[in-house]
Design a protein around this ligand. Structure first.
Ligand SMILES: [Zn+2]
Length: 140
């Protein structure tokens, strides 16, 4: 069955940004990973939040992140949280300590096995109706 033309097949939920996260998704569609930075104290934070956890300012700007980091943890999904992901099972989700000092969640590129502290690099890859942040081991 061709999933792209079967109108009865479940579709992945849309990646709906909020006012808060819109800059993240706009950059993601351009292949850029951006994270929030407090305009008052410079604290970086991810995922996008309304207030700074250090100084409680609600002013922020966005800075581009390298996508480089190390594996903090991972999980292998054997049950789909949404039917549209069922034919991708099992898949691995990884939490990465970005070198900028925040954590990001993404898909793990299949074909290798994550381990704690492994050096990784992430980037955005297109999917049916949006983009996925995908991490993989840094070669060498
Ligand atoms: Zn702050």
């Amino acid at each position: 069955m061709n999933m792209t033309t079967d109108s009865s097949a479940p579709r992945k939920p849309p990646q709906q940004g909020t006012t808060l996260s819109a800059p993240f998704w706009e950059a993601a569609r351009e292949g850029r990973l951006v994270i929030q930075r407090c305009s008052d104290c410079g604290q970086l934070r991810h995922y996008p939040r309304l207030l700074c956890s250090r100084c409680f300012s609600d002013r922020c700007d966005w800075v581009e992140a390298s996508g480089e980091g190390t594996v903090h943890s991972w999980t292998v999904a054997h049950h789909a949280f949404h039917p549209a992901f069922a034919d991708e099972l099992p898949y691995t989700l990884v939490t990465v300590d970005l070198k900028e000092g925040v954590r990001a969640l993404g898909r793990w590129r299949e074909g290798s096995t994550p381990r704690l502290g492994l050096a990784v690099r992430g980037g955005f890859e297109p999917r049916e109706d949006g983009v996925d942040l995908v991490f993989q081991a840094v070669a060498g």
